[in-house]
Design a protein around this ligand. Structure first.
Ligand code: PLP
Length: 271
């Protein structure tokens, strides 16, 4: 049986809304095998993140080596990395040139604005990791932290994408979901081609982990053989469906569900 494998590298969220838990659920639902290496243990629930501790780089390296040894891992997706040392571990994995698709979700702050990466580590991510990566998927805030460019209009999306492309990363997906418009507009850019993805905003829905799910879904679809453009398109549709059907499980934000039921998880819908 030809089972495709993806390694997700990120922080643990005990409430399962974001981080590694959201990644693993997404990968399984789309149909690839999830390996996972933990960079940090966070303390959070649907009401927000209250603390975390970063895993030492040596322990991260050992987790990565243990699963890479299993063979045939073509793709990685990273989320919260937590420290410059952890970022450099991922960079050294990519310099081995055994990973075809590396999708970097540059997690800088938690949804409740708690910082998850220092300014010094943001610079390390930009200079030492992005040059080896296949795709980076910042939202407007993250793009601003990485480039210094504020994103308010569609034209700003392209400026930020061009600035990020200069790092050497192959594809940039700048997510403009936070732009002041009725539509959510994302731009996928490879230095030559610009693909704009427009979707209706489901802004009234406060669902955590949407960035994690999107980057994981893109990685899964790339690994299954879709082009970058089709992988983003399909991943956006996947996350849109998750947001539309999210439910209140705890006391704060809504939770995406990943049960495999006939007709997706629409049966669980509560509006
Ligand atoms: N990874 C972890 C461990 C997190 O705690 C968070 C946010 O709190 C994220 C990733 C990013 O989540 P989102 O997809 O909502 O940007």
């Amino acid at each position: 049986m030809d089972v495709k494998k993806v390694l997700v590298i990120g922080g643990s969220d005990p409430s399962g809304g974001a981080g590694i838990q959201a990644d693993v659920k997404t990968l399984v639902e789309i149909g690839v095998y999830p390996y996972s290496a933990i960079t940090a243990i966070t303390v959070q629930n649907s009401s927000g993140l209250t603390g975390y501790e970063v895993v030492p780089a040596r322990l991260l390296r050992e987790q990565i080596n243990a699963v890479i040894y299993e063979g045939n891992i073509r793709s990685i997706k990273t989320g919260m990395l937590g420290s410059s040392e952890n970022i450099l571990e991922i960079a050294s994995l990519l310099t081995l040139k055994i990973i075809e698709y590396s999708v970097i979700d540059p997690v800088i702050k938690a949804s409740n604005r708690v910082p998850l990466l220092s300014d010094a580590s943001i610079a390390v991510l930009k200079k030492r990791l992005l040059p080896y990566c296949f795709m980076v998927t910042p939202n407007a805030d993250e793009a601003k932290c990485l480039t210094g460019l504020a994103i308010k209009t569609e034209k700003d999306l392209l400026d930020a994408a061009m600035a990020l492309k200069e790092t050497g990363v192959k594809w940039v997906l700048v997510k403009g979901g936070h732009l002041e418009s009725n539509l959510s507009i994302d731009l996928l850019y490879d230095g030559e081609r610009e693909y704009y993805f427009e979707s209706e905003k489901v802004g009234h829905k406060n669902v955590r982990g949407t960035g994690c799910m999107l980057a994981s879904a893109i990685t899964a679809y790339l690994t299954l053989g879709f082009t970058p453009c089709d992988a983003v398109d399909k991943a956006k549709a996947y996350v849109f469906n998750k947001i539309c059907n999210a439910v209140q499980l705890g006391k704060g934000s809504l939770q995406a569900l990943h049960f495999r039921k006939e007709g997706g998880c629409t049966e669980n819908r509560i509006d």
